[in-house]
Design a protein around this ligand. Structure first.
Ligand SMILES: C[S@@+](CC[C@H](N)C(=O)[O-])C[C@H]1O[C@@H](n2cnc3c(N)ncnc32)[C@H](O)[C@@H]1O
Length: 355
């Protein structure tokens, strides 16, 4: 069931260039092939892998898909994924959006760069934190001691010079050795280019990009005091568009809202403070803004990494339909619980409040 059939947008296949007509014909014409295990119900949270459940959504039915996937930053729910698995998951999920989005509809991905990405190929950082170099032992001291005691290992040299064995290593090799282990260096992994590549390959066009400025994560920053890197304090919103007719309606927001955030590239609002029931919830404000900007009442909104149900709650509050997909049973329960609570509040509210 498509809550807002495309016919009301007067889309005409013949108005597209010939090669595109062929590409879109299957999507626009009725009687598309049946999903193998039946369609996913609307206004429900479905437990399962997004890559398996997305093909069960009715083609051309989703006005907006907005989600925040695993970021590959070591959260519990992504611990089973290697970097290649993570790439394959996102690439496939993006590709699976093309058939299910309404023509003219949007996919909005909230994601961040990977700030501590292990790279075994990366050259070792040679510089030392000068402020921390308290031990006066120099390379010359170590070299002299080695000449005088060629049979000494680094532990014996350390004892002789009154320093740690790491200091001996650092003086000799100029690198960061912790507990005698050589760890891979870490760098920033920029994800925007990957996402863009996968979306274009799927037939979705980059339409816009915004930045969400969140709370600065001082307490999580492993490097703030040890390098020149900035603390983690923003994420991206990448907007992709499926070709088709897109309605442009300035009445979706008030003039003040257009000025304050609708037309702004930087959105600033706090992170979720209580992550006690889910590790990585986004704030309700995030999907609410995207939904208000890009959809109308009764449109269908999808989140295929639903987590605690934030997108569904936003959709309910704004009078949109939703479909949620989530892998972890405990989060499915959590999302259903939040939605139940919200539905009760929504039912008790006067009808005018959705816009
Ligand atoms: C960043 S969290 C999303 C949080 C959500 N926006 C919220 O506000 O609660 C990503 C979610 O994707 C789920 N997930 C991971 N792999 C998945 C997959 N293959 N299919 C569906 N969900 C998956 C995780 O369990 C996690 O809850």
């Amino acid at each position: 069931m498509n809550p807002r059939p495309n016919s009301d947008l007067n889309f005409k296949l013949e108005r597209l260039p010939k090669p595109l007509q062929e590409r879109f014909r299957l999507l626009y014409e009725p009687n598309q092939s049946k999903a193998p295990e039946g369609r996913l119900e609307i206004d429900a949270i479905h437990q399962g892998d997004a890559t398996e459940l997305l093909p069960r959504i009715e083609p051309n039915s989703v006005a907006l898909s907005v989600w925040s996937p695993p970021y590959f930053v070591g959260k519990d729910y992504e611990a089973h994924l290697s970097f290649d698995d993570w790439r394959a998951l996102l690439e496939k999920v993006i590709a699976l959006h093309y058939p299910i989005l309404e023509p003219g509809g949007f996919l909005v991905i909230n994601i961040a760069d990977i700030l501590v990405f292990r790279d075994s190929e990366m050259p070792r950082i040679q510089a030392e934190a000068v402020n921390r170099k308290k031990n006066p032992v120099t390379l010359e001291d170590v070299t002299r001691a080695m000449q005088e005691h060629p049979e000494y290992n680094r532990y014996q040299l350390a004892k002789l010079l009154g320093c740690s064995e790491q200091t001996i290593d650092r003086r000799l090799h100029g690198n960061n050795i912790r507990g005698g282990k050589h760890e891979a260096q870490t760098r920033v992994k920029i994800v925007g280019g990957l996402i863009e590549e996968w979306a274009l390959a799927a037939g979705l066009y980059p339409y816009d990009r915004r930045i969400w400025v969140k709370d600065a994560a001082w307490e999580n920053s492993r490097w703030a005091s040890l390098s020149y890197r900035a603390v983690d304090e923003f994420e991206y919103l990448y907007f992709f568009w499926k070709p088709g007719i897109t309605k442009y309606d300035r009445n979706r927001l008030t003039p003040v809202e257009w000025r304050d955030w609708g037309s702004r590239g930087v959105w600033e609002f706090p992170s979720v403070r209580a992550n006690n029931d889910h590790e990585a919830k986004f704030p309700l404000e995030l999907p609410s803004r995207v939904i208000r900007l890009l959809t109308d009442a009764n449109d269908l909104v999808l989140d295929c990494f639903m987590g605690s149900g934030t997108t569904a709650v936003a959709a309910l509050q704004l009078g949109r339909h939703y479909i949620g997909i989530e892998l972890a049973g405990e989060y499915v329960e959590l999302a259903r619980h939040r939605i139940k609570k919200e539905a009760l509040i929504h039912a008790a509210r006067p009808p005018e409040s959705s816009s």
